[in-house]
Each structure stands twice: as C-alpha cells, then as structure tokens.
Design a binder for this molecule. Structure first.
Ligand SMILES: *Cc1c(COP(=O)(O)O)cnc(C)c1O
Length: 372
C-alpha cells in the first residue's frame, strides 16, 4: 500500500485557505447588499480584468462557452459562416461556434507547441470564412503575429479562446487584447477560477463589448425594450466578488506555476519525456503541465502514476473531429492532432505545490517510464 499523501492535479482547498479572510468578506458584502445579480463587484471586476488583459473593456458572462458564443454573435458571425479553429482543444471551443450557428473548420496543430499551426490557415479559408479562433491551450499563447496577419489579409475576425491562459503574454502583451475579442472561462479549476461557473469577453472595441452585454442580458436595451432575442448569461455577483479578490493574486500564482514547470523541465531534461514546446516570445501560465510519451506507453504510465498517488490525467484523448456529433466535419488532414492526442499526459501543477511534490511526481514518472 502506498502511504504517501495524494498529489492532486490542482488544490483548490489550499488556495482557499490562503485567501479565506478576503474571500469570505467579499462574499458577505454582496449578500449584505442584497444585490446579488447586479452587484457592484461585477463592473469593478470587469474594469480590473480589462486592464489586466490590456483591453479597453470587458463583460462578464455565465461561463467560458457562452463567452465564445457571445463574442461571435457580437461580431455578427452565425449561420452560413465558417470559423477556423483546432480540433485539439476542449469541446467548449466548438460548442461556442455551433451555438452561434456557424461551422467549425479544423486545422492541424504544430508538432512541437501543440497549438494552431499558422501555416495551415490560408488553405482552410473559403468564401464563407469569417473568423479564426486560436486556442491558447494549456496556457501558452498561439503565434498571434502570424494569425492576425493572415486575418488582416483576408478580412477575418480573430477571437482568442483564452480560457486556459489568463495572464499569459505574447511578445510582452497579455492574451485577451490581441485579437478582436478575447474569451475567458472562470470555471473553478482554471488559473483564475470562481466558486462556480463564470466567463468574460474582453476587447479593445468598447462598442462590441456593450452589444455583447445587451445580448447576454436578455437582449435588453432598457428595462422594457428588447432589441434582439438575447440570452441570460451574466457573471453572478458572488462570483464577481470572488474573482475580484483572486485577480490580485493571479500574477503571483502564475509565477509559482512557472517555477513548478521549470523544475519539472529540469528533471526531464535528459529523458525521453517531452514537455509541450514553447515558442519564442511567449510567457506561458501552465494551466496544465503537459508532456508526451510514446503512445503505446501512455495509458500504462497514467495508471502507474495514479497508483502511486499522483493525479495525472489526459487532456485530451479524443480530438473533437472524432467525437460523435462532429464526425465527418474534417476537411484537412489532422494527423498531428490524432498523434498527440495519443501521447499526452497532464501532470499536477498548481501554485501551492511544493518542490518536494514536484520531485516526487518526476521521480515516480521517471521510474515508471524506466528513464531514471
Ligand atoms: C474551459 C474551457 C472552455 C469553456 O469554458 P466553460 O467556462 O467551462 O464553459 C472553452 N475553451 C477552453 C479551451 C477551455 O479550457
């Protein structure tokens, strides 16, 4: 039997313990003011988060999937339109596109970074293409210079799926302000997480943000005028208060994630364990620390780690174009996507992890793979 404590993939209890006084006070204030839906905490957080992302404006939403849907709707993208994105991502990326009535068109990922391969975008463009939706997967920004250049050339919008990348930067500029709209999730396990669902759209176009705000609030122009049939997808007041407290700690937490990742890198340096490649100019935030192993070994290694009390997991084993509702939607080859989906393992990485925890995970992993 293994008597060592379990190392979770993330430790939200430890995080709460470190900020409990401030969180409890912020929540109590919202409830005491009995303004839970329209709490001041929400616009306060929206302003702070826009500034944090280097964007002009921000609107809170019910979750990250809705943020993607609302950004597309705000940009007038829907039925009959195509949006270029990746199949190697969380399903929410594509749900946002399909909810808006548009069609996702998948391009393959880069073999090293596991992110949208900008070389493949041009060939995927058709007369129906309206937007490119890069996903800053695992917390590493995509090549936004190349992506925005292609978009400009073909008059396409760029919507960043930044749901895993709060605080990551590309050439010194934070994600969320690099395209026409940036979409975030505040699901509890994200780098900036609420205590329930939440999301946001950021943009340098304040008018776009205001039109999204109306759609997200029942299409309301004023109390009794509904300009459009909207949805109910607002950031809850309690979550806004929680996020306002947590945002103050985000840089410190992302720094700690990077130091944990650097430690893993050093442990794996001379082994066959291969971390997600980083491109020049990125400052990643390690939502997940993802390594690749030979496909035939992957499941055995995850089981071996789990058996030793290490919560390793796989993000994502089945690419979206192979999921039942999206089968047959593939147009271009997605061979790298299919290959890496069989090779990846996510290792625990969170700010409260100790050096000893990292060493234990790395040793357990190296032992299991036979690479010590
Ligand atoms: C979490 C996530 C989403 C969706 O966010 P929810 O808040 O869960 O709806 C979208 N895209 C990516 C890449 C995500 O990781």
């Amino acid at each position: 039997m293994n008597s060592k404590p379990r190392i979770p993939l993330a430790d939200l209890a430890a995080q709460y313990a470190s900020i409990k006084t401030d969180i409890d006070a912020a929540i109590a204030e919202v409830i005491a003011n009995t303004a839970v839906v329209r709490a001041k905490a929400v616009p306060d957080f929206e302003d702070d988060f826009a500034a944090y992302c280097g964007a002009k404006a921000c609107v809170g939403t019910g979750n990250g999937t809705d943020a993607l849907y609302l950004a597309l709707r705000g940009l007038g993208i829907g039925s009959g339109d195509e949006v270029i994105t990746v199949s190697y991502t969380f399903v929410g990326t594509v749900e946002g596109i399909v909810m808006a009535g548009a069609t996702p068109v998948f391009v393959d990922v880069d073999e090293d970074t596991l992110l949208m391969n900008p070389d493949l975008i041009e060939a995927a463009i058709t007369p129906r293409t309206r937007a490119i939706m890069p996903v800053h997967l695992y917390g590493q920004p995509c090549d936004m210079d190349r992506i925005t250049a292609v978009a400009k050339q073909h008059d396409l919008k760029v919507i960043e799926d930044a749901a895993q990348a709060h605080g990551a930067t590309w050439n010194g500029k934070p994600v969320g302000g690099l395209g026409d709209a940036g979409c975030f999730s505040f699901f509890p396990g994200k780098n900036l997480g609420a205590y329930g669902d939440g999301g946001a759209v950021t943009s340098n176009n304040a008018d776009l943000v205001e039109s999204i705000r109306r759609v997200a609030n029942h299409g309301r122009k004023d109390k009794y005028t509904h300009d459009t049939i909207g949805v109910n997808s607002r950031l809850d007041g309690l979550q806004g208060a929680v996020l306002g407290v947590k945002l103050q700690h985000l840089d410190e937490w992302n720094n700690l994630r990077r130091s944990r990742a650097a430690l893993y890198d050093s442990f794996f340096e001379s082994t066959t364990i291969r971390p997600q490649g980083l491109s020049d100019g990125v400052l990643p935030v390690y939502h997940l620390y993802v390594v690749r192993v030979p496909a035939k070994e992957r499941d055995r290694l995850v089981e071996a780690l789990n058996g030793q009390g290490v919560d390793a997991a796989v993000h994502y084993p089945v690419p979206l174009h192979m999921q039942p509702p999206l089968k047959g939607m593939q147009k271009a080859p997605l061979s790298i996507t299919e290959q890496v989906a069989g090779e990846v393992i996510s290792l625990p990485v969170y700010p409260e992890m100790t050096d000893d925890d990292v060493a234990r995970v790395a040793d357990t992993f190296k032992e299991a793979i036979g690479a010590q």
